[in-house]
Write a protein that binds this ligand. Sequence first.
Ligand SMILES: [Zn+2]
Length: 234
Amino acid sequence: MNLISFYKSSLNSLFRGLLSLIYKENCCICGCSKDDSILCKTCAKDVQMLSAFVHSKISGVEIYSVFIYKNIVRTLIHKLKFDHKKAVARVFALFLFDFFNKILENTEQSKINKINLQNTVIVPIPTNKKNIQKRGYNNVYEIASEFAKIANLKLCPDLLTKIRDTKPQFKLNKEARKSNVEGCFQVNKKIYNNETIILIDDIITTGSTIYEAIGAFQKEDINNIICITISKAV
Ligand SMILES: [Zn+2]
C-alpha cells in the first residue's frame, strides 16, 4: 500500500466511524432505530423459536432447527443472503446460542449432553466460491463464526470443504436437488481430532445438502455429529 492509499483508507475508516456515532442501526424489518439494532426488540418478540428437541434424523444424525422458515425469519435470511445485511448473522447467532443451551438442558433427548464441550467444533456447511465472491462473505460461515464466539467453541470451517460448485437448490425439485449436491463435499480428516461436530446451516428443506455433508463425514468414519439449522421449510 502506498502513502496516498494508506491515507485514503484511514480517512475512510475515520469517516465510517464518525458516521456510526451519528447514525444508529435501523431494524431491517420495521425500519426503526430505537434499539440501534438490525432487529429491534419489538420485531424480535414476533419470532418464535421451536422446541429444542430432535426434529428429525438424517443417516442417524440428530437434526434441530431454531425456527420455521417463514415471516420475519424468512426476511432475515434473505437480508443476510441477498441484501448485504451481514449484521443479521449476529442476531441469528444469539438465537442459536439460546437454542443450543435449551438442547443442553434437554438431557434425556440428546446425545450432545454426553459430549465434552471442550472437544466440540462448529462446522458451517460450505457454499459455492462464486456466492462468496458476489456477497463478499459466506452467510452460513458468518452465523457459525458469531455463534462460536458467543458459545466459546472452536470454529473449524476447513474440516468440510466443497469440491465443486452446485446450482441453487431452491430452483430444483427433490430429485434434482439430490443429484445436484451428490458428492460435492469432502472432509479434511487430517485436521480432525475426534471432536464432536456441530454442523450449521441456514435452512433445511428436503435435507439433501445436509445428507451429503453427513455422508462425507461418515465416509471417513466420523459419526459424532449433530446438526442445527437456523430454519426449516415446511
Ligand atoms: Zn423492528
